[in-house]
Design a protein. Structure first.
Ligand SMILES: [Mg+2]
Length: 392
């Protein structure tokens, strides 16, 4: 079997005015996704997701990576990952047994590599007639989900989080900054309202999207301890691992991070700096199945748990299920409660199997999902930024 074509499919969904929400990222006006399609001479094709700037991903996948992949056997996943990562030096890299990486090895290029890698595993699963999590080595056939949302201002945060729990979830995540803007008292008021509404047994997580500096994050974390927050996510910039470690050392609230990190090398730095309790690689950013399973295994040696970041496309959601079902140290799975998320929940012919707060294994081979034939028409790509900054 040989690869005959590698292409991208860019899709957008514009949020209706009444479904838009605001956080520290600004107001989200639309969602964009970049999907990767790998075709073969035997008629089997694979689907992947790359989380980055869509038009940049398209150029990287089609112009930079496709020439490296044409004519190769798509089931040789390690070889092709090494080829994409090491570029022209991949032959000596495989011969010597260590990386001799090329120039494009981080940022959106790693997202593009991830998108291709996910599509290759989809093909591999279809060739063998097995779901990807079994190829990786199955650890479980369902994973506990947590409801990820939480933007409501002030006391309304209680009602919002309680609404998620009413759907059957036993854990939920809220944003440190809600629609009412950021201050420590505002955050604490929302967290207190959420805890009061859900009682002591439900796990409650708080995400700051890397928006705080260490001293502010420490002050907030210390106040959060009283509300038994299960993890504090991205308290500081992902570009400041030692700042993350400083926050972790100053509070009993566990630290979660990693959704914007790429490759085992960046995660090694987080682990060596003792900066993290729960790693959250995004499989469509961190390097696909091939790299993310290495990251999860490495974290397990540090006693660090794995909770993948799952926010973007349905293809990311599907791929994340497989990595979560196969990584023994994965304990929980992000289920978006975005106020408008058709690119997650409405692109496949079959719905995800989410029941009683758990996400269940897909039955079909590969990723286990096929795109609806009308996605390109329904979600035509619209250039321009997804977020517009508006103050609260
Ligand atoms: Mg996050």
């Amino acid at each position: 079997m040989k690869i005959t074509r590698v292409s991208t499919l860019l899709l957008s969904a514009t949020l209706p005015q009444e479904r838009r929400w605001r956080s520290d990222l600004g107001t989200m006006v639309k969602a964009d996704i970049a999907l990767v399609q790998v075709e073969t001479d035997e008629g089997i094709s694979g689907l992947g997701a790359a989380q980055g700037s869509p038009e940049v991903i398209k150029a990287m996948v089609e112009d930079e990576l496709q020439p490296l992949l044409l004519g190769e056997d798509p089931t040789w996943t390690e070889r092709l990952w090494a080829k994409m990562y090491n570029g022209s030096r991949f032959e000596p890299s495989l011969a010597r047994g260590y990386s001799l990486q090329g120039h494009g090895r981080r940022g959106d290029m790693m997202a593009a590599i991830a998108g291709v890698d996910i599509a290759l595993w989809d093909i591999f699963g279809k060739v063998l007639g097995q779901p990807i999590y079994k190829l990786l080595g199955a650890a479980r056939d369902r994973i506990r989900g947590y409801a990820s949302g939480g933007w409501a201002p002030g006391e309304q945060a209680g009602e919002e989080i309680a609404g998620y729990i009413a759907k059957g979830f036993t854990a939920a995540k809220m944003r440190a900054e809600g629609m009412d803007g950021f201050s420590i008292p505002k955050s604490i008021r929302r967290i207190a309202a959420a805890r009061k509404a859900i009682g002591p047994e439900v796990e409650l997580f708080v995400d700051a999207h890397g928006s705080l500096n260490p001293s502010t994050a420490i002050r907030l974390a210390k106040r959060m301890e009283e509300y038994d927050v299960g993890w504090f996510e991205e308290p500081v910039s992902p570009d400041y691992h030692s700042g993350m470690a400083e926050v972790r050392a100053a509070t009993s609230v566990p630290i979660a991070t990693g959704e914007r990190e790429t490759t085992r090398f960046e995660f090694r730095d987080l682990l060596e700096k003792r900066a993290v309790d729960i790693i959250q690689p995004d499989i469509a950013i961190s390097g696909g199945f091939t790299e993310t399973r290495r990251i999860a295994a490495m974290a397990s040696a540090y006693g660090v748990r794995f909770a993948p970041h799952v926010w973007g496309s349905g293809v990311l959601f599907a791929a994340s299920i497989h990595i979560a079902l196969s990584a023994p140290n994965c304990h929980i799975f992000e289920v978006s409660q975005a106020r408008y998320g058709p690119l997650v929940y409405e692109i496949f012919t079959e719905p995800f199997d989410i029941r009683e707060g758990h996400v269940y294994a897909p039955k079909g081979p590969g990723l286990g999902f096929e795109l609806r034939p009308d996605v390109e028409k329904r979600f035509a790509y619209v250039p321009g930024p997804a977020y517009v900054y508006t103050s609260a």
